[in-house]
Design a protein around this ligand. Sequence first.
Ligand SMILES: *Cc1c(COP(=O)(O)O)cnc(C)c1O
Length: 427
Amino acid sequence: MSRSQDLMKAAERVMPAGVNSPVRAFRGVGGQARFIARGEGARITDADGRTYLDFVASWGPLILGHAPAAVVEAITETARRGTSYGAPTELEVRMAETITAAYPSMEMVRLVSSGTEAAMSAIRVARGATGRDVLVKFDGGYHGHADSLLVKAGSGGATFGIPDSKGVPAALAALTVTLQFNDIAGVQELFRQRGGEIAAVIIEPVAGNMGVVPPAPGFLETLREVTARHGALLIFDEVITGFRIAYGGAQERYGVRPDLTCLGKIIGGGLPVGAYGGRREIMEHVAPLGGVYQAGTLSGNPLAVSAGLATLAALRTSGVYERLERLGAKAELGLVEAARKAGVALTVNRVGSMMTGFFCDGPVTDWPSAARADKQRYATFFHAMLERGVYLAPSQFEAAFVSLAHTDADLDDAARAAAESMAALTK
Ligand SMILES: *Cc1c(COP(=O)(O)O)cnc(C)c1O
């Protein structure tokens, strides 16, 4: 029996499915989850000593790769002075200044400890600031696991949301209206009917949690125009896209300015951080300035903020985003060529260093088209890649992330593994 199997046996006795976040359990692809013992650069090593080229990157945060020296040093140096005080620190000011400089739409920011908290808090502020209750999200969009956000579309067009999880009160889910991503006409129709009730629209400007789905031309612009006209707020959940698809995120890349923005993942450099922020007069609703309560014992934690600051400093090096684009394009080409040669139907969506190969004919533009992907085929491909030392997300509907630690040689290796794995699919 492998060490990972041993550990999973022990883990399953004391944690649901042995994990602290569901997708880690490999239920989406079957088989034995690997326990990871360490990571360095673009590679992770499991408890049995097998090393993998990693494209999960802890689900997005590790844009510099694993254990980059600058981040490890920053954490270590900060830890020597203490790990948390529950009082303000200079580090938090530097982080807030760094974020607001990169995201001009965020005039004020508050740091929290996860992306879930950022999104949950942003919608509370939006409801508090507008005095309205209805929230609009898009089917297939993930904004963490707060009750109001664990809601999916029912059948038909603009529907009252139905809970995506047991334990979410139907009364709360009914306040979340769900539309299809990229459905411009659906957005306009909903606002025509109910614009005065809507507090906010929350969206991943490039969807990353139904697999990667970019916004259609005009979609984000329509959201901006329609929300502004009806006095609703536009919230960009840039927990994945922030500092990834551009230093200034999707709002820089697409030139659309939201009212509120959620950040997470990369800004913590691999430690737990989130942030939300926006226009000054909106953020002035947050306690203790205003009546919207939100707090956190470890918010703005010195270790996490140090790791984040070191990561963001590295991302200000010139040529970084050009390199991510070039590596992303190379990874895409490797996958596309592998599928083409094997005659496997594959649609690859990529924005910069985030991409998904959907096992279906294209295009993939929203959740219904993403959902056509062949999950069984993905699972077979995933295990073929894993056997060849390439670690992909254990689910079809996730992004693969290229990091600055990946080299051209790594991507050549990944392309070779993909070619063999695709060929194995058609045997
Ligand atoms: C990961 C993610 C979240 C949740 O962040 P956690 O830190 O896991 O709570 C929210 N929104 C998006 C877009 C994400 O990808």
